[in-house]
Design a protein around this ligand. Structure first.
Ligand SMILES: [Zn+2]
Length: 405
């Protein structure tokens, strides 16, 4: 029996482990066995074994990219709202007028599972074509038991049928559904009770998320949902402090959340609490860009308090219709002034942490053999180009993916 199934040589490796910039290894090799990285290091030290030798042609190899925050399963789109906003309406005005998330709820409820699968698959394939091998998908446009379960079944099916790992998140507390006006405590009781019970019974969610915001749910309501998640043994995350400081960062930290997202208005104390708790900050530059926000997330405070920073597409119909994670790297650097190395860490090593996944995100022995060969001469190019398609080969679980256009 061969020691390795295949060996990749003549590669420059961005292992994204600590130590040197990008964890780089100049003349590197990766050996895979049974879907895992069996050996990685300088080619000169590569042990014998392995029938198949792939020549990487001197290309850079990074871990497979991880998009740790998306809402990519939804009905319809919101291009008309985009136009409304350009005619002067604000995000909050649209939300209060029954548009915004509510219009996506109507269309998602009306869509069949097959329709949601088809449109979701298109968006997921667009992400995958750039080298994304793991993606998180949230519910939150169903907002009743049947339709939240439907969305999450579609997300599970995407993961079962396409060559990407899909991690699902139950976001029943995304918005107030029609019919619950002025009864948010009743709706939260439904989300934290029968809705979550059903989601857990069908094993549809890997984590639980809440949108804590002046136009959505209060920190106290988020805490009720988190307590329920804790009883079910599910990790939590929080859409926090996107439009105003709601104390969301501190709340996420108090519950030991995997991650808190957006954080444009988070306080320094909240960021410090996240650093203590090891809660990842997930920055979503696509939403910042698309909403033409002007308040940057407190990046300096995050660095000061040792908060790990992830970057994600936030792919959703209202505030970030983004199906390019590489564009998000560029925006993280241009809009948020992250370094290209921080940005790449944010879609590999740190994104894995934001999803609670220990088996990927870096090139290291024992991790999943998910990696991408790039037609670039330096990893900074992944953040630098706008609209380039530099993925040369995508390897998932040790096998080369054939990506259909
Ligand atoms: Zn989101």
């Amino acid at each position: 029996m061969d020691r390795f199934d295949a060996v990749w040589v003549n590669a420059r490796l961005a292992t994204m482990t600590h130590g040197r910039p990008y964890g780089a290894i100049d003349d590197g090799a990766i050996a895979v066995k049974d879907g895992l990285i069996a050996w990685v290091g300088p080619r000169a030290a590569l042990p014998d074994g392995g029938e198949i030798q792939h020549d990487a042609g001197g290309r850079w190899i990074t871990p497979g990219l991880i998009d740790c925050h998306t809402h990519l399963v939804f009905g319809g789109d919101r291009a008309e709202e985009f136009e409304m906003r350009l005619n002067g309406a604000t995000y909050e005005e649209i939300a209060r007028a029954g548009g915004g998330i509510a219009s996506s709820v109507t269309r998602t409820r009306a869509a069949s599972e097959d329709q949601l699968y088809q449109s979701g698959a298109r968006r997921l394939k667009a992400l995958m074509s750039e080298g994304v091998t793991t993606v998180e998908i949230k519910s939150g446009y169903g907002l009743d038991i049947e339709n939240e379960a439907k969305m999450l079944r579609v997300a599970r099916r995407l993961g079962a049928t396409l060559p990407a790992t899909v991690i699902t998140t139950f976001l029943g507390a995304h918005a107030m559904p029609p019919g619950f006006e002025g009864q948010s405590s009743d709706y939260i009781a439904l989300v934290a009770g029968p809705m979550m019970d059903r989601i857990v019974a069908e094993n549809l969610a890997d984590a639980v998320d809440v949108f804590a915001e002046s136009i959505a749910f209060s920190p106290e309501e988020a805490a009720i949902v988190f307590e329920a998640a804790r009883r079910h043994g599910l990790p939590v995350k929080l859409h926090a402090d996107q439009l105003s400081d709601q104390g969301g960062a501190a709340l996420a930290a108090r519950f030991g959340a995997l991650s808190a997202e957006h954080l444009e208005y988070a306080s320094e104390a909240g960021i410090a609490a996240m650093g203590e708790a090891g809660t990842v900050a997930v920055l979503l530059p696509g939403a910042y860009y698309f909403l033409r926000d002007t308040t940057m997330p407190p990046i300096a405070a995050m660095r000061r308090h040792g908060v790990d920073i992830a970057i994600a597409s936030d792919c959703n119909p209202g505030s970030s219709p983004a199906v390019s994670l590489l564009l998000m790297l560029n925006m993280a650097c241009t809009l948020f002034r992250l370094t290209p190395e921080e940005a790449l860490s944010g879609v590999t090593r740190v994104a894995a942490k934001a999803l609670g996944l220990n088996d990927r995100g870096i090139l290291e022995t024992g991790k999943r053999a998910d990696f991408v060969l790039w037609d670039v001469s330096h990893p900074a190019e992944l953040s630098y180009w706008i609209g380039a398609k530099p993925a040369h080969r995508i390897v998932r679980g040790g096998g080369i993916l054939e990506m259909s256009p």
